[in-house]
Design a protein around this ligand. Structure first.
Ligand code: FNR
Length: 183
């Protein structure tokens, strides 16, 4: 497809709600968009000493990001910020200095949580990081999704019609954002 999107899910949990949300979003996108989940669970902890000889998982991450036309971050909130595993992945692909693989890739930021403010603070922290890394990030609409019974199933179906419509609107704006930034 024309637009390859690297999906970065900020949870390693097998039954991650954020992974289900990512699958659901992909199903709302047009056929010229493909969504490939980037693996982050086998990355070592970032250590600047290894910048000159990156391990295989790090090389893989960087080549997957480099090959993508856009980025989709779907992350939980951990203690009012982003999970360490997500920050670790972001740090890896931002280095060595001058070889920031994220730069210029249009991005969307979204997440689901059990809390009432549904990942708002994690998203705000992530936006700060992405701004520094020169990643143009969709500003509106914002989407803070709270867990509800029947909202998401394994296949990425959205069980609540109002939420499905809201997320369709979000995906439409995201698609337009990626197209705007990829010419
Ligand atoms: C959480 N959770 C959480 N929720 C929230 O809305 N704000 C928060 O700050 C936190 N903090 C937090 C810290 C840690 C260490 C854990 C494990 C969890 C709850 C979180 O929303 C819930 O576990 C989600 O289900 C995590 O997303 P995944 O793994 O289902 O994608």
């Amino acid at each position: 497809s024309q637009y390859r999107i690297a999906v970065v899910v900020g949870s390693l949990r097998k039954d991650s709600l954020n992974r289900k949300l990512a699958l659901a979003l992909a199903r709302l996108a047009p056929p010229e968009f493909s969504f490939e989940h980037v693996r982050i669970d086998d990355l070592p902890l970032y250590n600047q000493d290894n910048d000159g000889h990156p391990s295989e998982p790090v090389k893989r991450l960087k080549s997957e990001i480099a090959a993508a036309q856009g980025l989709l971050f779907v992350t939980p909130e951990y203690n009012r910020s982003i999970p360490g595993v997500l920050k670790n992945a972001i740090d890896h692909a931002s280095r060595p200095y001058g070889q920031n693989t994220w730069a210029g890739k249009p991005a969307g930021v979204i997440g689901i949580s059990v809390g009432a403010i549904g990942t708002a603070l994690a998203q705000q922290h992530l936006r700060n990081i992405l701004a520094y890394l020169n990643v143009p990030t969709l500003g509106q609409p914002e989407a803070f999704v709270q867990v509800k019974d029947g909202l998401l199933d394994e296949a990425g179906n959205i069980g609540i019609e109002a939420t499905r419509q809201f997320l369709q609107g979000w995906v439409n704006q995201y698609v337009a954002w990626v197209k705007t930034h990829t010419g």
